[in-house]
Design a binder for this molecule. Structure first.
Ligand code: GDP
Length: 552
């Protein structure tokens, strides 16, 4: 590590208590604006002094070269920042389906999320998929309808898609003011302020003014609707609503917070991240409506080998329970990201990996800040921290106090579906190939390597062609290893079925085209090891007589 370990002693332990910590992720369809929003968050919170843009390859969170070139987010980079008295541990998650495990592992350790939708494209298949992942782990969400400046922006359409496709009940915290190029700010329905964002300092200065006259009636109506929704969660709001009395902002917030924490409602805000409008209120909403680690329904753990589940409480004084949710190889060493659910970890501590039954010694602890890292001497329940020193811990493993062994509920890891044969180009590439493939397996539970018994070839399996393409690209760039590759092949029937379900059937069903979905499922003639190339048509071809004949 470049930071000497005595720095840890100089860095005061953060005075932020757990009630002011928010572990959040940003989830959405690819291109909805996650990376652009994240860049604004880091800028407004003082983490960066210059705003990177996706289109010029300067986004801080997209630090891998492939991410900058392709303009997509591949790894779930975790970063910490401050927002007022709060510490936000922010995990950027990729939008492409091939990296769905990154979303899965982020969602598993998050307490809340910001779901971003494009005001033009609305709810898209990938937004639906990540929304369901968040549903599965009961992650409370606030929503940002982004790209309000774009031609064709239609937020009402997005709201109705949220209701119909996601089965979600949105509650508007704001009304947008102006549309498309005329989008000039947002009206806060609780405080009844018109918020605009200074162009001089890239939106850092937020100006509060009176509600413009032409919007007064719409605001009155929208506030009434908000009050009616809030009334479902608080009898005092209900009483006031029935009397037609105006309800205080703090009471409305309390009621809406209840609804949000239990995933019964999803607060909605508006913005244009690219035009630097509306991102700061999203951060306020994260602090106001999303849970602190101690408010999340307590997790259960078991003693290794079985036993009744016992609750894990977010308390730094109790025995340690931490879940490894990401491992990264750094110059041959491992950086392991941990979500600490209970207890405290100190640098130098000896821990038990209860999943594997071996001990691990933590050397250094870090709060990660995209490019840089801040060494800390200890981290406690509720926090997300990256550690060095772990030798064999993998994603999904539990680290705990050796005197109190326990195993946390792991995470669902999907089976890889596509395989490709690789071969070192030259003799000099052979050793590097094996070492780097081992590192990739540390990092990615959906990436596997094995030797084909018949041909002796090295076979890589992953979640899709793009996934494997990125691996091959990383071999070349990060490890200087040149390889020759065969054609991608489908791994086995069950895996393909899942892949088909995920990609096509899911899309077909959501579009209510059951018939097409069924045909797609039967389209690919399969048998174990049949080696069908997995290029599912995007979009799927129309169903013709010839196509139907292939299915019979
Ligand atoms: P991600 O794939 O969800 O991370 O989305 P990005 O942040 O990479 O954004 C995708 C594209 O949309 C980029 O070209 C952004 O510059 C652009 N973009 C993001 N937010 C906005 C916005 O509010 N308005 C407009 N017009 N473009 C935006």
């Amino acid at each position: 590590m470049s930071i000497p370990s005595n720095v840890a002693k100089e860095i005061a332990i953060s005075p932020i208590d757990v009630s002011h910590t928010r572990n959040i992720g940003i989830i959405s369809h690819i291109d909805a604006g996650k990376t652009t929003v994240t860049e604004r968050i880091l800028f407004y919170s003082g983490e960066t002094h210059k705003m990177g843009e996706v289109h010029d390859g300067q986004a801080v969170m997209d630090w891998m070269p492939q991410e900058q070139e392709r303009g997509i987010t591949i790894t779930a980079s975790a970063t910490s920042c401050r927002w007022g008295e709060y510490r936000l541990n922010l995990i950027d998650t990729p939008g492409h389906i091939d990296f769905t495990i990154e979303v899965e592992r982020s969602v598993r350790v998050l307490d809340g999320a910001v779901a971003i939708f494009s005001a033009v494209e609305g709810v898209q298949p990938q937004s639906e998929l990540v929304w369901r992942q968040a549903d599965r782990y009961r992650v409370p969400r606030v929503c940002l309808i982004n790209k309000m400046d774009r031609m064709g922006a239609d937020y009402r359409n997005v709201l109705s898609q949220m209701e119909q496709r996601l089965g979600a009940r949105p509650v508007l915290l704001q009304l947008p003011f102006g549309a498309e190029a005329g989008f000039s700010g947002v009206i806060d329905l609780l405080t009844e302020e018109f918020l605009t964002f200074s162009e001089q300092d890239q939106g850092r200065t937020m100006v509060s003014g009176a509600v413009p006259q032409e919007a007064v009636e719409a605001v009155r109506e929208a506030r009434l609707q908000l009050t009616e929704i809030a009334a479902d969660f608080d009898d005092r709001v209900m009483a006031a609503f029935l009397e037609g009395a105006k309800v205080e902002t703090s009471l409305l917030r309390e009621a809406l917070r209840q609804g949000t924490l239990t995933c019964q409602v999803f607060p909605v805000l508006f913005g244009s991240a690219l035009r630097n409008k509306g991102v700061q209120p999203v951060l306020d909403a994260v602090c106001l409506y999303l849970p602190s680690p101690s408010e999340v329904a307590s997790l259960v753990a078991r003693k290794p080998g079985g036993s009744d589940p016992e609750p894990v409480l977010c308390d730094p004084e109790r025995p340690l329970a931490a879940l490894a949710f990401k491992v990264m190889a750094e110059e041959g060493r491992r950086l392991t990201y941990l979500r600490i659910y209970s207890g405290t970890i100190k640098a130098g501590a000896s821990l038990l990996n209860a999943t594997r039954g071996n001990s691990e010694r933590v050397r250094h602890l870090f709060h990660m800040h995209a490019h840089k890292r801040e060494e800390v001497a200890e981290a406690a329940a509720g926090d997300i921290v990256a550690v060095t020193g772990c030798q064999s811990t993998l994603t999904g493993d539990t680290l705990c106090d050796p005197a109190h062994p326990l195993v946390l509920e792991g995470m669902t890891v999907p089976e890889p579906v596509v395989s490709i044969a690789v071969e070192a180009k030259g003799v000099e590439d052979r050793a590097g190939l094996l070492t780097s493939l081992e590192y990739f397996q540390w990092e990615d539970p959906t990436f596997r390597v094995h030797e084909d018994q018949e041909t002796g070839q090295t076979i890589l399996t992953g979640m899709g062609e793009l996934h494997l393409e990125v691996v091959i690209d990383r071999l070349r760039r990060e490890y200087g290893v040149q390889v020759k590759t065969g054609r991608p092949r489908v791994v086995f029937r069950e895996a393909l079925r899942r892949e088909v379900e995920r990609r096509e059937v899911f899309q077909a069903l959501t579009e209510k085209r059951q018939e097409r979905a069924e045909i797609l499922l039967r389209l690919v003639p399969l048998s174990r090891g049949s080696g069908v190339r997995i290029v599912l048509p995007q979009p799927a071809p129309p169903i013709t007589a010839e196509l139907l004949a292939t299915v019979e």
